[in-house]
Design a protein around this ligand. Structure first.
Ligand code: NCD
Length: 390
């Protein structure tokens, strides 16, 4: 049961950081900090609930659906472990073998699976806004695990937790986010969160990767000169070149296709890119003493980052991954806690006979019905294509 929700969190969904206040972001991070000892699985999270005999975990008897319509390694595994370590049952939706292939819309898919009894949907989707649309169509909690180049809130939160551990604070920092900003939901969620927390974000990359940022309402600082920016940096976050999200052209002839299987791409030369933006040990030495290196993964070793830096003493890349489980434990327990309170306060209709709690849940609200027509069909435009993710 999601009983131990800290006071002060009222949202049943986590869709992005743009809408959260600094206080809400800190609340999530503080909750994640408490989950950290349980995040590695070495201490069972069900012990969180107290004394022996060990009671069920905070999400015992809860069901979480992982609705991933893009490839994923870290994020799917991390959400799965987070939910399981809280005691929940996790359903893994396989887009490639589902009725999305038979033209069922995403919203119908979500509502049908919810009708079997769900408490949370974790969704990754190639269409911007898909998590919001699903949240409006269902009654359970919805957590965004990445939508197009829009938001990836739990990734940014885990970045913040790792930064807070290694740098001791989240205000007054200068953080360079380097690479394919244009196609990065990670960059956008980091910008929203870090600027609210009082830090400065500089987006760094070649001009084609700094285009298309008009969707960001917050002020955006950009630079094409990594070496000039580095001396100001407390943290450097490297991004993968996200070939699968590029829409036009192909990489400029160069580049090993087997390693970077682009179906299309922004025109640029991989060797030029490495010369200007690869994080090497020599370049990193220009950053502030004690500066840390982050990467959301998956890493393209030898492209945006050298092995020496990725595996070096300033890299916190694997610590980010560990923080991810704690952040997702916090996000799931807070959101499902808010859902639980909403369910408890919902008044049964006077015309309906008393129902069991689970049946009541199934009978209330069909808010998103009208939205079905406007789309989010199937698994989105990425279907049938190679789509990488983390
Ligand atoms: C990122 C993503 O999928 O947006 N990775 C992640 O979730 N850890 C970044 C990427 O795919 O390069």
């Amino acid at each position: 049961m999601a009983k131990k929700t800290p006071a002060g969190w009222t949202r049943k969904h986590l869709l992005g950081l743009e809408d959260l206040s600094a206080g809400e972001i800190r609340h999530l991070l503080d909750a994640a900090e408490k989950f950290l000892p349980y995040a590695t699985g070495t201490r069972p999270a069900r012990a969180l609930a107290g004394k022996p005999p060990v009671p069920p975990g905070p999400l015992a008897n809860r069901t979480v659906l992982n609705l991933f319509c893009e490839d994923s390694t870290r994020t799917r595994t991390s959400f799965t472990l987070a939910a399981e370590r809280l005691g929940a049952r996790v359903i893994q939706f396989q887009a490639g073998t589902s009725s999305l292939k038979k033209n069922e819309t995403l919203l119908d898919t979500a509502r049908n699976i919810e009708a079997m009894g769900l408490d949370a949907i974790v969704i990754r989707h190639p269409d911007r806004g898909a998590p919001q649309a699903v949240a409006e169509a269902v009654n359970c909690s919805v957590l965004n695990a990445g939508d197009d180049a829009h938001e990836h809130p739990t990734q940014a939160l885990l970045d913040f937790l790792a930064m807070r551990h290694k740098l001791g604070r989240l205000d007054g920092l200068t953080v360079a986010i380097v690479g394919d900003i244009r196609h990065s939901r990670v960059a956008r969620s980091n910008l929203h969160g870090l600027s609210k927390l009082g830090s400065r974000v500089i987006f760094v990359g070649p001009p084609p990767f700094l285009e298309g940022l008009g969707d960001i309402a917050a002020p955006v600082e950009t630079s094409t000169d990594l070496e000039a920016v580095l001396p100001e940096c407390d943290a450097v976050m490297m991004l993968r070149v996200q070939f699968e999200r590029h829409e036009r052209n192909v990489p400029n002839g160069a580049g090993p296709p087997a390693q970077h299987p682009a179906e299309g791409g922004v025109a640029f030369d991989l060797e030029d890119y490495k010369r200007g933006y690869q994080l090497t040990a020599k370049r990193l030495a220009r950053a502030k003493p004690g500066a840390i290196v982050l990467h959301p993964g998956p890493i393209n070793r030898g492209l945006e980052i050298t092995d020496e830096v990725a595996d070096g003493p300033q890299s916190v890349i694997l610590h980010q991954v560990t923080c991810g489980v704690a952040v997702r434990m916090a996000a799931l327990s807070l959101c499902v806690g808010a859902l639980e309170r909403e369910r408890k306060s919902a008044k049964p209709s006077p015309l309906t006979p008393p129902l069991s709690r689970s049946t009541q849940r199934l009978s209330t609200g069909h808010k998103g019905r009208g939205r079905q027509k406007r789309g989010l069909s199937r698994e989105g435009r990425g279907r049938g294509k190679s789509s990488a993710g983390a």
